[in-house]
Design a protein around this ligand. Sequence first.
Ligand SMILES: Nc1ncnc2c1ncn2[C@@H]1O[C@H](COP(=O)(O)OP(=O)(O)OP(=O)(O)O)[C@@H](O)[C@H]1O
Length: 473
Amino acid sequence: MNHASYLTAIEQELQRFLDVLAELIDLEFTVVNDKLVRIAGTGSYKEQIGSIAPEGSLFQNVLETGIPRFILDIQNEEENCRNCVFNRHCRELSTMGYPIILDNRPIGVIGIIAFSPQQKEKVVENLSTLWDLLKQTHQFIENKIALFETADSPKALPPAEPVQNAIIFQDIIGYDTSLKDIVKRAERVTSSPSAVLIQGEAGTGKEQLAKALHYGGNRASASFIPISCSAVPAEVLERELFGYGDDEPGWLEKAANGTVFFDEIGDLPLSLQAKLQRALQVGSIYRVNGSRSLSINVRIIAATSKNLEQMIQEGMFREDFYYQINVLPFTLPPLKERKEDILKLFTFFLKKHGERLNKPMMKVEPIVEQWLLHHQWPGNIRQLENVAEYLVNFAQDDVITSGDLPDSFFQKEKVLHPDKVRSLDELVAEYEKTILQQLLESAHSTSEKEKVANDLNISLSTLYRKLEKYQIS
Ligand SMILES: Nc1ncnc2c1ncn2[C@@H]1O[C@H](COP(=O)(O)OP(=O)(O)OP(=O)(O)O)[C@@H](O)[C@H]1O
């Protein structure tokens, strides 16, 4: 594999990293490869992943010259945008492009984009900090590629041999009682051949638990083959899973005496659900275009972040297959419900990335701890790890202060603060009160109040009842 292909191989991790950065600083990011194909993007560029950056664009120039460049005011730019096919039709207001250089060769470009005037202002005011950010993002990519080069194989094309990065139950950090119970129950069934279904939101540790089940039992010396059901097209998946012709064994054969892990099983096409269901029931398969029946001996562990029962109701998931895979069910709680674990996991990730980046162990200000405890963590443990990695990269000092966390994060926090989450009725009441206060500000006489009631399409007596309820005089 060349370096440009490695960039493609890490695109999922890169996308997640950029999502966190974009959320933190409220600017958009994009990455193109050596063919100018967009392989990652945030905001509106997320929908354009797979499209090609325009001919004559700044990104093309950065890719060809290997020199970082920026344009701060695209709408009034004559010189630098002249050759771009999007000249005068560009939605970007400012753009920064930083070359991804490996082995002295540009293999792609990372960009920061401003689409709104506020974002543009931010770019103009923070140009040098943003250059540092781009440099660090480059470092992140370099590190990931280095790790990838030494790793066994990319996730979508799993190895035939047992993977080296075995996870054991001791690697699962969890002081929260619900997680401890899950680990305890799982430890009892490591060597069972029965199918396991792990449910939980993205990033809650489903794959980690699956690996611990595999490596903790009598299948540990055989393969653990992870399959991402959403990442591989159906035809490819069928061929890879069941094999092809006389001499192309599939994963179900390659995992002999081991485990096949189906990640996001809800995305497995219905036709393959039926085929797999039959294969598991009879314990044998036919390869695609194959004539012989071949017996299989694999344990199935499946994971899902979707509600499979609801999918069954909607005809999107086979009921018989559901019962076949849901013999030993486990449900991992979201991180926000495991308050006890948040700080311990955070410290663990600070240490992990600190060691990797050769930085001393960082301390955390109490206020930052509060922020961590109250965050909603939609991306769960993976997101927590990304934030820790971000802070190890960017924090100025050995102590992480709230200043290391950008304003945009706190603004979102206010809205999402769990202690402040209120019912819909309360929110509607608050809205109603504000509207009435505004309208009644200049309506003092009965006739003025009648007009307000009319405008709101309610009776005068209803209006008075509401004024009393909200104590508006
Ligand atoms: N309890 C834990 N202790 C330490 N690390 C954890 C724990 N749970 C998850 N992680 C780490 O968090 C990251 C996400 O975990 P994992 O990939 O297992 O989640 P997932 O639920 O399978 O996610 P997805 O559904 O998005 O594939 C991994 O890097 C994993 O090692």
